[in-house]
Design a protein around this ligand. Structure first.
Ligand code: HEC
Ligand code: HEC
Length: 298
């Protein structure tokens, strides 16, 4: 779609939505923002990029309200029912979004909030500002970029279980691996977290997860044993450092190609060396035996 047409469609959709939601929308927007923040913001932003799930800016232009309601309530049921859009988005992210058993009114309010934060392209700059003020009442935590060596070390010890979490939650290492000299190899039950810091878009995405545990396995483990703010800060500092000091990491996009490409190249090289070596040895041994036999038969 060319840009002009895109803007036009977006505008049309925006008009349609404001017509639908104008009277109720203004009233619900506040509520929707709060609901969004508690339930969704650990995994989704609206206009600030991808976190665990897709950026939801403009999703209300793309999908019907009915579809959105079904997806939010039970995404896996929608996917399993054969819905092509739901399947496509799941295939892209491959993370199961938890089901939200919320009252219809709450879901409506959340959808209205997403719509109100999704204006046409031309107004994008304004949206970012709105989102920023909406989240600026968060207590400020020093960012991981300014963490000291000491903090990073403390974070690594919490991650690996060398020191325990104050509220008794299990170590991260029991389920997650991080390639870093500061910690031993970890569990393979869940994703490798070596580059999770940049994958989740920095402190905001990561700390959202560590405060609300949106994944069932983690929620179960930390439900009555949450991390303290200080622990969240230290673990984030460690994951920031692990990401940064990962020598294969190449700036931002496409780093997977380098990691996997490098790995494959290494394996191919090793196989080649092994094959060449094998052949050489085999020849030599055969010749040895051959020569010996020739000699002994004489
Ligand atoms: C644990 C992380 C997580 C939480 C919490 C979460 N989602 Fe999702 N969401 C995802 C993932 C991952 C996807 C991508 C699809 C998939 O993997 O199933 C997704 C997809 C979606 C989609 C489809 C987007 C599209 O382009 O079609 C919508 C809509 C959505 N989420 C809305 C919400 C809303 C609203 C909430 C809060 C009530 C929420 N999500 C909470 C992870 C999450
Ligand atoms: C009981 C096992 C378990 C423990 C313990 C655990 N996690 Fe998780 N974690 C999971 C699962 C399962 C997921 C869902 C994604 C997946 O399948 O890997 C997840 C997801 C995550 C994600 C999102 C990954 C991504 O790329 O989207 C982060 C970040 C994370 N965990 C960090 C931590 C940290 C930090 C700790 C320690 C405080 C921790 N986890 C402890 C099981 C666990």
């Amino acid at each position: 779609m060319n840009n002009e047409r895109k803007i036009k469609t977006n505008l049309k959709a925006a008009l349609l939505w404001s017509a639908l939601f104008f009277p109720a929308g203004l009233l619900m927007a506040q509520d929707g923002a709060a609901l969004f923040k508690t339930n969704c913001s650990a995994c989704h932003s609206i206009g600030k990029g991808r976190l665990v799930g897709p950026d939801l800016k403009g999703v209300t232009n793309k999908r019907s309200e009915e579809w959105l309601g079904k997806f939010i309530k039970a995404s896996q049921s929608l996917i399993n029912s054969g819905d092509a859009d739901a399947k496509a988005i799941f295939d892209e992210f491959k993370v199961v979004m938890p089901d939200f058993n919320l009252p219809d009114a709450d879901i409506k309010a959340i959808i209205a909030h997403i719509a109100s934060q999704s204006p046409a392209e031309a107004e994008q700059a304004a949206t970012v500002e709105v989102v920023e003020t909406a989240t600026s009442n968060e207590p400020a935590m020093p960012g991981s970029e300014v963490a000291s060596k000491e903090d990073i070390k403390k974070g690594s010890e919490l991650f690996s279980g060398k020191t325990s979490f104050v509220n008794g939650g299990p170590s991260c290492l029991s389920c997650h691996n991080v390639s870093n000299e500061q910690v031993p190899a970890g569990g393979l039950l869940a994703k490798d977290l070596t580059s999770v810091y940049s994958r989740l878009g920095g402190d905001a995405g990561l700390q959202g997860i560590l405060k609300s545990f949106p994944f069932p396995a983690m929620a179960h483990s930390y439900k009555n044993r949450p991390l303290t703010d200080e622990e969240v800060r230290l673990v984030s500092a460690f994951l920031y450092d692990a990401d940064k000091s990962n020598i294969y990491q190449v700036s931002n996009s496409g780093n997977g190609i380098f990691i996997y490409g490098g790995g494959i190249a290494l394996v191919v090289l090793l196989i080649l060396i092994a094959l060449l070596w094998y052949n050489r040895k085999k020849n030599n041994v055969k010749y040895d035996i051959y020569n010996r036999q020739i000699k002994s038969s004489n």
